[in-house]
Write a protein that binds this ligand. Structure first.
Ligand code: KIV
Length: 278
């Protein structure tokens, strides 16, 4: 049985850590699901790692629907969360509800949006329609990057208090979990201990209730950025380049294909054909 939002919340109550990885396509999502990851987050980081954009801002609803649909077809056990892209929920609550509905129709079990206190009414409205929402505070790639660049959040007491208020406002608005991105580990601990829904950290230390990373970073598939908070478990880029070099060399030298890779005509048909066309 696939995990539900309630299962994820219950994991915090049971003191079990929650594993989250981003996913964007059928093949990788199937493998992450098979490996037992609790949540597959179809992040708008797709814009960078799948589409080659500089940041997440240009990602569209149509693109997110395609990524969500691919991951939803792969999922057997994990919960699928679809990220609402930039400007799909900020302009009005009705946009937010309509676009959340589009991601659910594409196959997501829940949606994620960035923003704390300022997004509380939007979150409540989406949750009231029956769509579960994951919040996202701390570094918010859709907007913090525009105003401050990549910067750790919650390093002063004042900034920390604002983050704690944001987390509480989101909890009150009805989120089932909150992603904490690049929040100082002390503040992430305080937030995790002061709300009942799970915190999912990315670059926010060990005391979050779960962790999320971009799957391309974990597998060593995206070479443009190497944030300090990533742990790379494989160097797939190197393996892929080596495999492609070997393939190319085999084609050039005539070592590929071999008999096991090709198909033959039926017995006697080749001789018959040769006579007929000679
Ligand atoms: O888009 C994304 O990948 C995210 C992170 C929380 C990993 O939002």
């Amino acid at each position: 049985m696939a995990r539900t939002v309630k299962d994820i919340v219950d994991m915090k109550k049971a003191g079990k850590k929650i594993s989250v990885l981003t996913s964007y396509d059928y093949a990788l999502a199937s493998l992450c699901d098979k490996a037992g990851v609790d949540v597959l987050l179809v992040g708008d980081s797709a814009g960078m790692v799948m589409l080659g954009y500089e940041n997440t801002i240009s990602v569209t609803m149509e693109q997110m629907e395609i990524f969500v649909s691919a991951v939803a077809h792969a999922k057997q056990n994990s919960l699928v969360v679809g990220d609402l892209p930039f400007m799909s929920y900020q302009a009005s609550i009705s946009d937010a509800i309509a676009n959340s509905g589009r991601l659910i129709k594409a196959g997501a079990d829940a949606v994620k949006l960035e923003g704390g206190n300022v997004m509380a009414d939007t979150v409540s409205a989406i949750v009231e329609t029956g769509i579960p929402v994951m919040g996202h505070i701390g570094f918010q790639p859709q907007t913090t990057a525009l105003s401050q660049g990549y910067k750790v959040q919650g390093r002063t007491a004042d900034a920390a208090k604002r983050l704690i208020e944001d987390a509480k406002a989101l909890e009150e608005a009805g989120v089932f979990s909150i992603a904490l991105e690049m929040v100082s580990h002390e503040v992430a601990k305080i937030i995790s201990e002061s709300i009942s829904v799970p915190t999912i950290g990315i670059g926010s230390g060990l005391h979050c209730d779960g962790q999320v990373l971009v799957v391309h970073d974990v597998l060593g598939l995206y070479e443009k950025l190497k944030p300090k908070f990533v742990r790379q478990y494989l160097s797939l880029s190197d393996d892929i380049v080596n495999a492609v070099i070997n393939y190319k060399n085999d084609v050039v030298s005539g070592k590929f294909p071999e008999e096991e890779n090709w198909f033959s005509m039926e017995q006697g048909e080749y001789e018959k054909l040769k006579k007929e066309i000679s």
